[in-house]
Design a protein around this ligand. Structure first.
Ligand SMILES: [Zn+2]
Ligand SMILES: [Zn+2]
Length: 225
């Protein structure tokens, strides 16, 4: 009977799904999702070979508009599988358990929560904005107010895959607009996965230009370089 509500097999281990909370991932596989605790840049969070809390070359050369980026884990293994189920198989109820992972990151207290937006066209295709649903959960967890229109994506951008840092940031120029009252506010900007950080950088810049006092970026995962 439950099969009508969630897929019956864990995509990770093939065992029957045994948890309605984070199905199709089974209880055991979900439990194996772990945070990244290795050395990372004190600003953007990019994993570093060594040196906890030091700052990466990119942040030194071009300091982002956000104060700090938090990502729960590496985009790999079960976490990657779970994000795929959520984002591409549209299993929306995974928003709550995925956002729950962020609860352990010691997120800063802020006034408002914003999310990386999709264009209207993309939103219609997917049916939901994966970052916005996470943002709603983050707002609930932190007691901050969700501003659903703080950021708008006003320009369709070609797929970022295969592009270098520079092309990615050029690609994103003018793609976002601020549509909400962020002036004087401290903001958590929610994204699902941080790849090069170009999106987080551009969105933060737009929020800062609109008067946001401080911007923090929060994501589920970060791709490994
Ligand atoms: Zn499993
Ligand atoms: Zn950095």
């Amino acid at each position: 009977m439950l099969n009508g509500f969630f897929p019956s097999e864990c995509p990770r281990c093939g065992k029957p799904s045994d948890s309605p909370r984070h199905a199709p991932l089974c209880y055991e596989c979900w439990g194996a999702i772990s945070p990244y605790n290795g050395p990372s840049c004190g600003i953007c969070g990019e994993p570093l070979a060594s040196g906890h809390g030091s700052v990466c070359g990119e942040c030194l050369a071009d300091r982002p508009a956000f104060s700090k980026a938090y990502a729960y884990g590496l985009f790999d293994g079960t976490l990657k599988e779970a994000i795929h189920c959520y984002k591409f198989a549209s299993i929306r109820r995974l928003a709550a358990p995925l956002a729950g992972l962020l609860g352990g990151l010691g997120l800063p207290a802020v006034d408002v929560v914003a999310a990386v937006p999709l264009t209207k066209k993309r939103l219609l295709e997917r049916g939901f904005n994966q970052s916005m649903l996470l943002g709603r959960e983050v707002a609930r967890m932190t007691g901050a107010k969700l501003l659903p229109h703080a950021l708008l994506k006003v320009k369709d951008t070609p797929a970022q895959a295969g592009l270098g840092r520079k092309e990615r940031s050029l690609n994103l120029r003018g793609a976002f607009m601020c549509g909400g009252p962020v002036s004087g506010q401290t903001v958590i900007l929610v994204d699902d996965v941080i790849t090069t950080g170009a999106t987080a950088r551009e969105c933060s810049k737009v929020l800062a230009k609109a008067g946001a006092r401080e911007v923090y970026v929060v994501a589920l995962a970060r791709t490994k370089k």
